[in-house]
Design a protein around this ligand. Structure first.
Ligand code: 1CP
Length: 324
């Protein structure tokens, strides 16, 4: 859940040198250094490679750039003909720096630290590609999918193929586990959640598992609510990442017998700190830590997070014992 980032002074120092965000993702020297920063500081069990989900549209030939303080911008796809501008032909070359970053990380990380590769899920990535950036309501992307599902599925299918290839290549380069981020899954009614989120995730997992059956895959269908259960039953992932809103006892009873769970501390509790953070952390551990479980946040860490609050969290999680 974005363990690197602007909450760390050592990250801000690198970003202050002025390189474009995408160039940082595509510079192995910088990406390796940024990935290692939170591992050095906190000794986490897993390191997620520093990159971004929008590297895939970039590699497919869409224009992607980041505006400081605003977020990602893309030259939007608005008509089916716009898809003709995309091609998987240049992907391997465009993504080669990410693979180099992974190879170097595997050499530099302590052997006990798991190296995690990732990608955005097709719907979440498609939403940025169609909207041209962050959106409040995903109106353009959703309307396209409702009005012309056969057209929209061309985009989703393209992303299923590109994402599966990208994840497989990340394992080849040294990733030991994979996470698929469907950050905006929660905007769909049931039928469309299945069609645009669950089915694509299932197909990506199938393709990766055909090549690498033993590499754990974590899926994050953020906001899927009760549909988390269908993801647990049908997608074939090894683990689900719980968003902040998921009730703990429900998750234990309905999901944890089927998949490992990861989550789900509200990142804003890490900003608040103190007793609120301690109590919520403890509730998560008491409910879930006896099953197959990875302690994590329920969404990305935010820039105002005091680094000391993360240290306190790590200490609490590491010293937790059942019934303590
Ligand atoms: O710890 C790490 O190094 C993690 C690397 C990482 C990951 C896993 C980054 C770096 N981005 C992501 C995934 C990502 N990117 C997601 C899925 C996870 C989530 O929901 O948080 C999404 C939706 C994005 C898109 C994106 N990139 C946004 C969100 C905008 C929105 O719509 O709300 C933003 C702000 C970025 C830029 C970005 N990516 C990563 C970082 C550290 C940043 C901030 C850049 C900076 O301020 O320097």
């Amino acid at each position: 859940m974005r363990q690197a980032g602007r909450y760390l002074p050592e990250y801000r120092e690198i970003r202050a040198r002025g390189a474009d965000f995408l160039d940082v993702c595509l510079s192995p020297d910088l990406a390796v250094e940024i990935t290692l920063q939170p591992i050095r500081r906190y000794g986490f069990d897993g390191a997620i490679v520093f990159s971004d989900i929008l590297i895939v549209p970039h590699a497919l030939g869409q224009k992607v750039w980041f505006v400081e303080g605003t977020g990602p911008r893309l030259e939007p796809l608005r008509r089916i003909e716009d898809l003709d501008r995309l091609s998987q032909g240049g992907m391997a070359e465009a993504l080669a720096p990410v693979y180099e970053t992974l190879r170097r990380l595997r050499r530099e990380l302590p052997p006990e630290v798991t190296l995690i590769g990732f990608a955005g899920a097709p719907w979440t990535v498609a939403s940025y590609m169609v909207e041209g950036g962050t959106s409040k309501d995903y109106a353009l992307a959703k309307t396209w999918a409702y009005r012309a599902p056969a057209e929209f599925s061309r985009l989703i299918d393209l992303l299923v193929g590109a994402t599966a290839d990208y994840l497989i290549a990340q394992v080849e380069a040294g990733a030991e586990a994979l996470q698929l981020f469907d950050s905006w899954a929660g905007v769909w009614p049931e039928a469309e959640l299945r069609r645009w989120c669950l089915e694509p995730a299932k197909e990506i997992v199938r393709r990766v598992k055909t090549v690498y059956p033993d590499v754990p895959i974590i899926v994050f269908p953020r906001g899927a609510g009760l549909m988390y259960e269908a993801f647990a039953q049908e997608v074939g992932a090894d683990a689900l990442s719980l968003d902040t809103t998921m009730p703990l006892v429900w998750a234990r009873e309905h999901l944890q017998g089927k998949v490992a769970l990861q989550g789900n501390l509200d990142p804003l509790l890490l900003v608040a700190g103190g007793e609120a953070q301690r109590q919520a952390t403890r509730a998560i551990l008491d409910a879930l830590a006896s099953g197959p479980f990875v302690f994590n946040l329920g969404h990305g860490i935010t820039p105002p997070t005091p680094p000391d609050h993360v240290s306190a969290l790590v200490e609490q999680v590491r010293s937790w014992r059942p019934g303590s």
